[in-house]
Write a protein that binds this ligand. Sequence first.
Ligand code: G1P
Ligand code: ZN
Length: 546
Amino acid sequence: MAVQTVETTPFSDQKPGTSGLRKTVPDFRQPGYLENFVQSIFDVLAADQRPGGDTLVIGGDGRYYNEQAIQIILRMAAANGFKRLMVGRRGHLSTPAVSCLIRRYGTRGGIVLSASHNPGGPEGDFGIKFNAPNGGPAPEGLTEPIFERSKVIDRYYTLDTADISLDTLGETELGGATVEVIDPVADYADLMASIFDLDAISDLFANGFRMRFDAMHAITGPYAKEIIERRIGAPAGTVTNAEPLADFGGGHPDPNPVHAHHLVTEMNGPDAPDFAAASDGDGDRNMILGPDFLVTPSDSLAVLAANATLIPRYAEGLAGVARSMPTSAAVDRVAEALGIDCYETPTGWKFFGNLLDDGRITLCGEESYGTGSNHVREKDGLWAVLFWLNILAKRRESVAEIVRGHWRRYGRNVYSRHDFEGLDGDAAGRLMEALRAQLGELAGRQVGDYRIRAADDFAYRDPVDGSTAEAQGIRVYFEDGSRVAYRLSGTGTGGATLRLYLERFVADPDTVPEDAQQALAGLIDSAQTLCRLGDYTGRSEPDVRT
Ligand code: G1P
Ligand code: ZN
């Protein structure tokens, strides 16, 4: 089958953001748009001499345009000389499952199609990212050359062939390559079984423990059904909204108290189960709840670290931990108590990759409902849920008892993130620039009830390869140990989103209201005043509080 060379012209807007190239479906449907970006990846890989063979893993979260995009990529990958293309049945693979497959089969990498927790559908969002042979999102050393290539690309390679069926498992030849349609769940489920004590969790359910896992009609449904219902033996119906749908059933597959509000309501109701959890569009995020109790992601990371030796895979202890800059310092306190290193990285999972590969850390996480470990190189929603189940099976205490006990022992980092969405991009940029311009003069200034101790613009130097990342968000520290951080989202597709990260440490959790918004009220005022939020944006109420 002859390879076709198709002439094309560059698009100027293909710079990968926090997690790959994310645009609307209509953007991606422009002739050549997806093709240009995919060919830019392949051109950079062809020039890059790192090992990994000629196999690629390809899959996505099943959202609208997933399957058409996969057909385009399969033809292009074969035309570009890849020999083996592993695709999940129906084109489905969760993001952590892609990472698992790349590592297990030692492939050249993988292509993940997803816009994570953003809504799907014909007018919804779509995205693509390349994962490297370590299983993790391409580091900047790869994404920058891909972007540079996309600016000058003038041709792409493809084949003139019909679509191939992705509905049945097995192999098909495609222009010199073998397309292997694989069970999307099996390898990942085996990996989970090798990490956790599934028997202990089965025993917990056998004793009447009740759980709700809400897959939000996104990718984790089949994974959760297999692991939680079939392998562990939780009652049928434990996993709800389990069928992946192209538009996520009209929902917003973002596991937070706003978009998974029904779960919060259920957990605050009279017949709440013992434990509830949800994941996002592509399966890498997690939300953890107990009756009348929501675990913040920052606290969750700290609790997992403090209880890690209860899990078979981590029984020998942790090498170290890492958290993104905006994440609370709760895990830092656990690391200090354990005598292990704790790293603070920029936002985005790719920054954990080198620390994991180098064996410096075992667990890591972000405040944005992302938690993970060295078992793959992505954050992993179901893994976090199983980690909690394993802890609950061993400790036989409630979710709230475990977290409150943690606060009593380590102190509490009261935490909230406020998102101001749909802002005018210029106004949001000016707000940040104005803050940046004052950084040198902030120390000593009184803002409301809070006096500033220090402020900076977070810059990171990777301790493994020495690469640097500048301007990663503004951090303002106050005299009482509180902290506020300001940054603009790098994952949105329309307007700008300002994120305000608020954190206050209390040694004795009983001295403040348990509700974080109440406990943080004074700090919230000071944070808004300091950045002149109202002046720049006309806003004072966030769209989302997590
Ligand atoms: C958001 C989260 C960040 C996460 C990213 C990808 O990025 O805040 O922690 O790594 O999604 O899931 P942001 O929109 O803030 O750039
Ligand atoms: Zn995601």
